[in-house]
Design a protein around this ligand. Sequence first.
Ligand code: GDP
Ligand code: MG
Length: 444
Amino acid sequence: SLTEKLQNIFKILRSKGRLTEDDVKEALKEIKRALLAADVNFKVVKGFVKNVQERAVGQDVMNGLNPGQMVIKIVNEELVKLMGSETTEIKLQPGSAVTVIMMAGLQGAGKTTTTAKLAGKYKLKGKKPLLAACDVYRPAAIKQLQVNGEKQGVDVFSMGDSHKPADIAKAAVLHAQKNGNNIVILDTAGRLHIDEDMMAELQEIKGAVDVHQTILVIDAMTGQDAVNVAADFNDKIGIDGVIVTKLDGDTRGGAALSVKAVTGKPILYAGMGEKLSDLEQFYPDRMASRILGMGDVLTLIEKAEAEIDEAKAIEMSRKLKKAQFDFEDYLESTKQMKNMGGLGNIMNMMPGLGGMGKMKGLDDEQAAQAEKNMARMEAMIYSMTLEERRNPDLLNPSRKHRIAKGAGVDISDVNRMVKQFGEMKKMMKMMGKGGKKGKFRLPF
Ligand code: GDP
Ligand code: MG
């Protein structure tokens, strides 16, 4: 399996103390082979390997990890990215408005089963779903939905098999509005292959009722085909998200890995068995660790990351409280800030941080200006000796003069910076007393 193959590759990597570029190249070749064998889309594999390679070369090895583990960390992160990083929810209409969800997919993909599974989830959340039997080609399909709906204790709407699916959908939505159902899930008919009639029928349903979410159900066991099907459905009727079923079986997992990259649409849920409770929210990070099958290594990596962050955060907040914050700390915190995506980004992430009201709502231009100022400040700090950075009080006129020359700025700039730094420290001392805790470290 993919997991076994990856585990073998990583075992070799981990057994080496130092990795040469050739080691990494060789490992990546193996990873590429393993992904292709697992039915991951060729283009997706190519892009993936390129990303990993670019990051693996010239990357500093983190404390507490060896180079092999570092490569695993990168592969893991890229896998998560590939699957969309974030967990995506099915978007419901606001308030008490009825949300109409249309299930689409080939025959046997798992639409009817998943419809009932989803209904169970919504019922648990206090919603009142209505399942609509729009597959009129097989009498057994209507019965199947009724039986599953009953098992879940949710309402099922059907009009037999002598009406058009679009008309049934319309009637179902009216029924829902009358009966206080706030979610309607349309269980539609599939075909064995992509088929014009099927697409036309789905279009017709979309024309007859306001479909808010079109969810494509694909069978993980069909590998690459599942992804081609997804791309086709997305082109022809437009989908909002995908549910991958039968991930419990001995699947190669390739479909789950490529769907997002190929269609741009997220995986919402994963079907993990035939039972109606076997539907799991899709977490890209959990799926990645499952594929890597390296719980232990990933935990170690997380721990190493957490330790570094925590040690730094503790030290920084200790200094803040005592207002011992010096220029070295400033450099460290700007580094972390850059990692977090720059000043503008950070300001957006912390609404209403006490004392910083003025900085809120920084527009792009202001953020750019602030970042320019910071870069200048950094240049000046780099022109200081270590001693000066640690003890700003040392900065007498002749030292300031030297620093100005080194940084290519005016001595008045150095003076202003030192003054601002002193004010910042005062402000931080006040905030420290206010007891603002948390992981966030101030960038200045
Ligand atoms: P539809 O034709 O798309 O409506 O597919 P069905 O809902 O009738 O499902 C087809 C078959 O797949 C049934 O036997 C289901 O029990 C089975 N099935 C659906 N989802 C899953 C899943 O997540 N795991 C497994 N193992 N079987 C599933
Ligand atoms: Mg069905």
